[in-house]
Every structure is written in structure tokens, then in C-alpha cells.
Ligand binder design. Structure first.
Ligand code: CMP
Length: 135
């Protein structure tokens, strides 16, 4: 069994897609172990996305992720990392396959509805960072 970190981002929360997204996650064979609706702090967002700190979109990314409520979740299942990444679709919703979460719910590259860990190592790191918010 693997675990992965999922964030339903502020655009999807504001647009009322949380339940629909979670139904698709469960239908895809993943269990939602933890779930918290929270406003992510700048400190956590900066640490979480630190690999992008030199990218031109970093400030926009942190501002967006801290702008309103997100739903932060730990998912568990067989091949959870790749399973959930396949369900999410490509980062850019214009490139996401039909039926994927980003094709269905994302507004743009920055407001792309959901985040998911890209590897088992990232999943462990991201879950560790977010453990603070589940306390
Ligand atoms: P996510 O999977 O959360 O990981 C990093 C995020 O940065 C990504 O989704 C996008 O929302 C965002 N991102 C990636 N590239 C760009 C870009 N060129 N401009 C704005 N945001 C971006």
C-alpha cells in the first residue's frame, strides 16, 4: 500500500467541486485517510513548493495557494502515487486527458484544481510537511 498527498486547491474548493472530486478519488480505488479544509500558511506553502522557489511563477503559486481554503488530504491505495497522478491528468488543463480531474475542474495552469505528489519520496516529504496541519 502506498500513500500520496492530495490538495484540492482554492479554485476547486470555491467552485464547489470537493465532493465530486472525492467521489472520483474513491471510485478510483483510493481511500481518503485524512482530510482537512484549511487556509495554508505562506510558511507551509513556501516549504511545500520549495523546489519551485527559483521559478518565475513561484510568487504567484504561493499567493494563490494561500489565498483561500484548500482541502489537504492523505490518500492510500495500491500504487497510490501513480494512480492519483493518472486521475489528475496533466498539470496544464489544456493538455489533460478527457475525464481527468484537471480536464473536468481546472481553470488554468495556475488554478489547476488539484495537486498530487509526483513520486513516493515526494509523497513522504509532502505528507510530513502537512502533518502539522492535521494536528
Ligand atoms: P502542482 O501540481 O501543484 O505543482 C506546482 C504548481 O505550479 C503546478 O501544479 C501549477 O499549478 C503551477 N505551475 C506550474 N507551471 C506554472 C507556470 N508556468 N505558471 C504558473 N503556475 C505554474
Amino acid at each position: 500500500m502506498e500513500r500520496t498527498l492530495c490538495i484540492i486547491k482554492p479554485d476547486a474548493v470555491k467552485n464547489g467541486f470537493v465532493e465530486e472530486i472525492n467521489n472520483l478519488i474513491i471510485e478510483n480505488g483510493l481511500q481518503i485517510l485524512k482530510s482537512k479544509r484549511t487556509k495554508i500558511s505562506a510558511e507551509i506553502a513556501e516549504e511545500f513548493y520549495s523546489e519551485h522557489s527559483e521559478k518565475p511563477f513561484f510568487t504567484e503559486l504561493v499567493e494563490f495557494m494561500t489565498s483561500d481554503y484548500s482541502v489537504v488530504q492523505v490518500l492510500q491505495g495500491y500504487n497510490a502515487v501513480i494512480n492519483y497522478r493518472n486521475l489528475m491528468g496533466a498539470t496544464n488543463p489544456n493538455e489533460a486527458d478527457e475525464g481527468t480531474l484537471r480536464a473536468k475542474f481546472a481553470e488554468s495552469l495556475s488554478k489547476n484544481a488539484v495537486h498530487g505528489s509526483d513520486s513516493l519520496d515526494s509523497a513522504q516529504r509532502e505528507i510530513d510537511i502537512m502533518l502539522k496541519i492535521f494536528d
